[in-house]
Design a protein around this ligand. Structure first.
Ligand code: FAD
Length: 512
């Protein structure tokens, strides 16, 4: 079938380039590859091998560890990542069970099995549960301002702190218990910073906070690694579709480009790579992370993006959340323990930290998740967000290992606790093609800005249409920061092209 449509100047079908081979780019490519209107499709990625995107599983400690995405959030029928993973046969029985899919977590993280305080004593789990109820009750309340004409505070952080101040005024316990309660709340603030991928909840806008949508289902993992999913997607594409080690430097658009390889043809877009290669195209789907876009905004598009779109890229938040894996010869935790919480007794969400990053970066580290043992190897996975996380990236493995050994000895009250055997960590802020972990709606921005990010160019529709399209997690208004948001955004942009070139076509299911 000869493709017709678009500007009508694409004999043999339009040339489509996808920039970025993460789950958004792969999702778009899968959808387009399944349709005869798109015989010329390429995915360009900066990295040397597939699966170095934010879904990244690495062999380590005799098993597989997730350097990027960890869970399918809300694994149930409405979640396309869950559906795709299930179709590829990558999920276990428990994750697939009806019962698991029906669990409503409200997006809240489960309670720790043990909570260690910095003085080396254990915090009562009853007190932790009480503070969790207070904290998550307030988080739920902060989702209720979506339709409000005015909000009581600009940010989630300020709203929570004001509400906590009111609660504290009614606390009748002794000074020590009140301080401990605030310290536990501080740990929950840090945890929520990891969830939102932000340095501080003071940066997260209150009004649009409720727009992020939580799907039902108890978060689940991939026994063989999340990357099994993107590997299956890659394997379903024709062999020469993916081009690795092709960092794109500049996307020239709104032009009339001619290439010797295509005599007589004119292309509205030409994609220039770092190595000087140029790829002409009728359509380009840009799926690079928002962190990369922020850093290269001035040079990545020629002509530059319309002012409103560039402003949206600047305004939407993109922060860092990293993981630190520690390997132990022997577990120091109970056999059924899944989550270890750390509480710094002299902290309070109502007071700004005064210590320097070097002296106190590790206090931002939240819980340690106990990974299922790989044979005789025992691994904890710690999470840390914000500027402290970015500082951690500048340290050596030895420094991180030494520091966390001291922390664990201190909180367990065991000065002889054996040091972890090894450490492995992510460094998402230093990663040149990511520059952070995921997006959030920052103070000064709204869901409209995410929609603006998703708007294709040219905006006025007078020239060749849909020259540059935008996908990636940051372009999904209600599922930003997730793998399912990213996948849906890729499908959305593929459908946009299908609507232009094959409006009569049935939307195909992805080829599995
Ligand atoms: C530590 C961490 C934990 C997470 N945990 C979860 C979780 O548990 N559950 C969940 O749902 N989500 C989680 N996420 C978020 C999730 O991983 C992302 O939302 C999702 O993978 C983003 O997919 P994407 O395709 O939009 O972007 P990416 O996966 O980042 O893909 C973009 C691609 O663009 C390429 N690229 C960048 N610049 C260029 C260039 N100039 N030229 C060519 N290629 C370029 C990159 O190499 C990359 O492959 C986590 C992320 C991180 C970092």
């Amino acid at each position: 079938m000869e493709a017709t449509g678009g500007d009508g100047k694409a004999p043999g079908g339009p040339r489509v380039l996808v920039v970025g081979g993460g789950i958004a780019g792969l999702g778009a490519a899968q959808r387009l590859c399944g349709h005869p209107a798109f015989p010329h499709l390429r995915v360009l990625d900066a990295r040397p091998v597939p699966g170095r995107s934010r879904i990244r599983s690495e062999r380590g400690f005799g098993g597989v560890v997730e350097v990027g995405a960890h869970w399918i959030h809300g694994p149930s029928r409405g979640n396309p990542v869950f559906q795709l993973a299930a179709e590829y046969g990558l999920l276990g029985e428990k994750a697939l069970s009806e019962e698991n899919q029906l669990v409503e977590t409200g997006g809240h993280v489960g309670l720790p099995c043990v909570s260690y305080a910095s003085s080396g004593v254990r915090v009562s789990l009853q007190l932790v549960a009480e503070m969790a109820t207070l904290f998550y009750g307030l988080i739920d309340q902060s989702r209720e301002f979506l339709q409000a004409a005015e909000t009581p505070a600009p940010s989630v952080g300020q709203y929570l702190k004001e509400a906590i101040r009111r609660h504290v005024a009614g606390w009748t316990e002794d000074e020590e218990t009140r301080k401990l309660k605030l310290a536990v709340l501080s740990a929950f603030f840090n945890l929520e910073c990891c969830v939102s991928g932000t340095h501080s909840l003071d940066l997260v806008a209150l009004a649009p906070f409720g727009e992020y949508t939580v799907l039902p289902g108890l978060d689940c993992t991939f026994a063989e690694g999340y990357q099994g999913l993107t590997n299956c997607m890659v394997a379903s594409l024709p062999e020469d579709t993916l081009v690795f080690e092709k960092p794109v430097k500049t996307i020239h658009w709104n032009g009339a480009f001619q290439e010797a390889a295509f005599p007589g043809e004119t292309f509205p877009v030409s994609v220039e790579c770092e190595d000087g290669d140029r790829f002409p195209a009728h359509h380009v789907i840009v799926t690079v992370p928002l962190g990369f876009l922020k850093e290269h905004l001035d040079t990545f598009f020629d002509p530059p993006l319309p002012a409103e779109k560039a402003e949206a890229i600047r305004k939407v938040g993109f922060g860092t959340n990293n993981k630190i894996f520690l390997e132990f010869e022997e577990p120091f935790w109970e056999p059924d323990c899944q989550l270890i919480q750390l509480v710094w007794e002299d902290t309070s969400p109502l007071e700004d930290p005064t210590l320097t990053l070097r002296d106190a970066w590790f206090r931002k580290l939240i819980d340690f998740v106990v990974l299922p043992a790989f044979g005789s190897v025992h691994v904890l996975c710690g999470f840390i967000a914000g500027l402290e996380s970015e500082f951690m990236e500048t340290l050596s493995d030895e420094e991180v290992l030494l520091c966390l050994t001291q922390v664990l000895r201190r909180v367990t009250g065991n000065p002889r606790l054996p040091a972890p055997k090894s450490v492995l960590r992510s460094r998402w802020h230093s990663a040149p093609y990511t520059r952070g972990s995921y997006s959030y709606v920052a103070v000064g921005s709204t869901g409209d800005d995410l929609d603006l990010l998703a708007q294709p160019l040219p905006a006025d529709g007078t020239d060749a249409q849909l020259q540059v399209l935008f996908a990636g997690e940051a372009t999904h208004r209600t599922f930003y920061s997730t793998t399912h948001g990213a996948l849906l955004s890729g499908w959305r942009e593929a459908d946009r092209l299908l609507g232009l070139w094959a409006p009569q076509a049935q939307q195909p299911r992805p080829r599995l």
